[in-house]
Design a binder for this molecule. Sequence first.
Ligand SMILES: *[C@@H]1O[C@H](CO)[C@@H](O)[C@H](O)[C@H]1NC(C)=O
Ligand SMILES: *[C@@H]1O[C@H](CO)[C@@H](O)[C@H](O)[C@H]1NC(C)=O
Ligand SMILES: *[C@@H]1O[C@H](CO)[C@@H](O)[C@H](O)[C@H]1NC(C)=O
Ligand SMILES: *[C@@H]1O[C@H](CO)[C@@H](O)[C@H](O)[C@H]1NC(C)=O
Ligand SMILES: *[C@@H]1O[C@H](CO)[C@@H](O)[C@H](O)[C@H]1NC(C)=O
Ligand SMILES: *[C@@H]1O[C@H](CO)[C@@H](O)[C@H](O)[C@H]1NC(C)=O
Ligand SMILES: *[C@@H]1O[C@H](CO)[C@@H](O)[C@H](O)[C@H]1NC(C)=O
Ligand SMILES: *[C@@H]1O[C@H](CO)[C@@H](O)[C@H](O)[C@H]1NC(C)=O
Length: 911
Amino acid sequence: MLNYFRHLVALHFVVCLVAHCTGHVRFVCPRPQSPRSDVFQQLPNHPLDGQCGLGGSVQFDSEYKEVSPGPFTIRFEETVVHNDSPFSISLHDFDNSEKSCLLLDHIPHNNAAGVRKQCHISRYPIGHCSESTYYITINIPNITCKKCYLQIKSVHVPNSNQDTRCGNNSSCQVYYSCANIRIRPTASGHGKGLESCQKYSFNLLGIWPYRPQKYFKAELKSDKSASPVAGAAVYDEVLNQIHADLPRKVFQTGLMKIGLSTVRNSNTTPPEYDVIYSSPVSPHDYDQSRINIKFRDVPDNVSRMLMDGELYLNIITTTTEYIGVLDMKHEEFEKGIYAPMHTQYSKGGWLSSPEFLGVKAVYPAATYPTGPCSPPSRHYISHLHLRDDLTDTVGALAMTVIDDRLHIFIKLTDHKQPIASIQLISSQLSGLLPLNLPVSKLKNGYLFTVIQASKWIKEIGTLMFLKKVEIRTVDNKLLMDGLIEEGIYSFMGDIDEVHGLGIFQITKGRFLQYTVIMEKTGCEKQSVLLEGPESIIISNITNQLTSKYDDYLLEGYIKELSSDTILNLWLGKISLIMKCEENKTFTEVVSKLTRPGKWYCADIENEHCSVVELTPGGFGEVEGEAFVQPSGLAAFVLDRAKVLQYSIFIGGVIKRGLLEATLTDEDHLILTITLHRSSAHDHVFEARGQLPQSSPDLIKNLLLGRLNLHVTNPGQVTKPLFGALPVITQSECIDSKTLVVGEDKEKWSYDSSPFDTIHALVGDKLVFIYTANTTVHKFKTREDYETCNLQNAVKLEGSTRDNITWTVTYILTPGSNYFGSDNQCDLSPPFKVSVSVIQTDKIVSESRDDCTISLYQVWRQQNLNRYDGPNVVGSAIGGLIAGIIILFLFHLVERRHQNKHERTNSGFQRF
Ligand SMILES: *[C@@H]1O[C@H](CO)[C@@H](O)[C@H](O)[C@H]1NC(C)=O
Ligand SMILES: *[C@@H]1O[C@H](CO)[C@@H](O)[C@H](O)[C@H]1NC(C)=O
Ligand SMILES: *[C@@H]1O[C@H](CO)[C@@H](O)[C@H](O)[C@H]1NC(C)=O
Ligand SMILES: *[C@@H]1O[C@H](CO)[C@@H](O)[C@H](O)[C@H]1NC(C)=O
Ligand SMILES: *[C@@H]1O[C@H](CO)[C@@H](O)[C@H](O)[C@H]1NC(C)=O
Ligand SMILES: *[C@@H]1O[C@H](CO)[C@@H](O)[C@H](O)[C@H]1NC(C)=O
Ligand SMILES: *[C@@H]1O[C@H](CO)[C@@H](O)[C@H](O)[C@H]1NC(C)=O
Ligand SMILES: *[C@@H]1O[C@H](CO)[C@@H](O)[C@H](O)[C@H]1NC(C)=O
């Protein structure tokens, strides 16, 4: 151990002596293999020891992060800042060291970074270098990779000389940090490995401004002119295009065509050429001094000829023809070759130059926060309606707020009317001007943009924040509008190519409201589903599919969210999935829902919260340890039949042993739950279950928020995880229900047995669907049920239309009801079911109107009620109070419309 430290110190001493302490870098999230940021390579004397400079000491299994394919935000930090040192990120596999995939190259340095004292170079805690932290979103390829790692390089280019480049084999210093990850692919990525992410351009999420570009020049000669003309071309591998460039001076007039050609016969004089591409020249190809022509979709064989110096540029004018071979002059941002570079970053560590923000952004995805390593961000949604039809959804907006910027997605169904402006509007009292979105970016009814909006973001979480969307036509007529709410969303497809947008909200009745707008697919048989982990279907919403102009629209509510669904929603593990089956082949578009914001649980008074965070000792996460502490989340639901459902998730468990949870009130142990190791995810423990017949005492304690949950590892001395349960109540929005016995399985059949006890309410209908040789017998007593004694049982006669399938519908009565099938009742497992039925006063014949009010509107209303106005404007307060009273009355009379649209409440426009 001592030796190890001596070695470290010595090493560090050498580094600083030799190279005046250059750019040290390490991952923060995903967690690095080691907290060391001083691992470097400098050829020929200081090669890297092993792939990550840590020799063979890396143990994959002790720490790695599980990641999903697609955009993924990573966090890294510099412990010693070295200006102008670019970064590069690649993906490697421990089991296949031959190959690697370049994910993002030539990431410019933040020269405004600084290092604070708390920022240690080689030991934990990590993540304290706040002024030299970087966040950037990369794209995880859709492959199977069980033992992968991400590698970041910081290349120190000596900037003594402008032309210095650092290549593969140069003597430049390169610092390394690696972070272990396991990629869990979607269905289409199964069985694929690193060989399918070799093409760098496919690993990008747009037009990366620092992508490789090859520059060519051509001496264009003609019979008619003695001196050659200098032509040029750029080959862009990512865009897959050749961009020809000519001086305008020379070709002021008479220019007709520009082409690319190859030599057919070089023996003739002049040689004969084959024109393989040609493009007429139009006025918009001219700028002030140059003429630009783009040749798109260049096939591989043509780009290869370009590299080999076999491609010619030819120019046809009205009087003559010029030709010259394209010779490579130089390359920029070439793979593996680095030059000094830097750009502008935000204080939070995100790229913030015009390439990434605003109208001119070419790679907005780099700053989109997503995945477990991104800092917390808040998500907003809006249902867009036509001006004169409040019930008719014609578009959706989704927005993520982070740092000082907004990421905005808009999907409109009816984009035939020309749109002149899209504005986000704050409350009038805020004094903030409307925020204009770049309409020019709206393509095919779809817009994605990132804008800096610090002034507006300052008001986040208050009534002054952005409140509504207004979309206007050229003559400034309001075309569509919608209220902005904090909510949940998911975009379908890739971030740079979205095929649909789903927006979600939780309502006062604890329903999950959904609105999905997606492109028509032309798919023979498709399903749209909400799925939890392991492809468990939460809701099949395919039946809600309706045509809306050129798109599909799906709208509705998912009622009775189970504790499992709520837990997975809060863990960010629910996906919106479009499945398409065609000729027995399946394709799917999978998109994750954003996590619900903290406000659902923290900011709304008198509204129920179902989730509790479990942290060591009940305090926040302990940072900076060699291993991340386990932490967890649990959800509790008191369902319609007063069954207490629970679902518990504990992640980051590296120590051995089983976990045990206890639910206690102030003095009693209520329940002991043994957690089981997740079969699908490592380091994860789970439990789910239910506590039927919750006693009045338990229900009272739930209502008073007196319960605590502790999770311990009895075999290990570790700090228990702890969380105090929030107030848990039953929903006020309960409908009567038809319960089909064995619905998820094979209905009422032996194959479905054993049956779980069914908990139901008086008035619910119980339905048995069965085939020949099966009966529905209702037992008289519990004893008869237990012993399968059919003597006193009543046979319920079913109805049939086809003599194949029979149906019995039974209206449930209070107490316990017992059913079995005659000749199979006492088989193993037994073919019988018990149904426990309770009386409730909560049944509402139809869904009550206020069940569908969004919780955001509840929050807004509470804040409006509390708001006592800016002190300076006395008269405004009078107006405000009157407004609140009007609003309140209004709320009683016209809840539904108040909820649907704020404009019905025009007497109260200031907010
Ligand atoms: C998964 O991989 C397939 C092809 O390999 C790709 O078309 C699809 O978009 C990928 N899905 C995700 C979520 O990355
Ligand atoms: C760097 O090395 C790799 C393999 O070691 C090679 O494929 C690549 O072409 C090299 N790049 C340069 C610029 O030499
Ligand atoms: C790298 O440089 C060393 C010494 O300068 C040389 O021996 C070696 O062949 C070079 N490797 C490559 C791949 O160019
Ligand atoms: C490139 O390949 C395509 C087919 O693969 C062929 O049709 C075309 O002629 C080739 N182009 C050249 C310039 O060789
Ligand atoms: C979803 O529902 C539709 C229509 O009811 C059905 O055709 C489809 O098979 C269902 N999909 C799944 C995956 O269950
Ligand atoms: C599906 O099969 C039919 C005939 O079997 C064929 O006409 C059709 O083109 C196929 N569709 C696709 C997408 O392969
Ligand atoms: C019903 O039972 C009879 C005799 O026990 C048997 O022959 C027949 O195959 C059974 N039918 C079904 C559908 O199970
Ligand atoms: C069902 O069976 C009954 C009695 O055996 C018979 O009268 C009736 O026609 C049958 N119905 C069908 C649809 O086969």
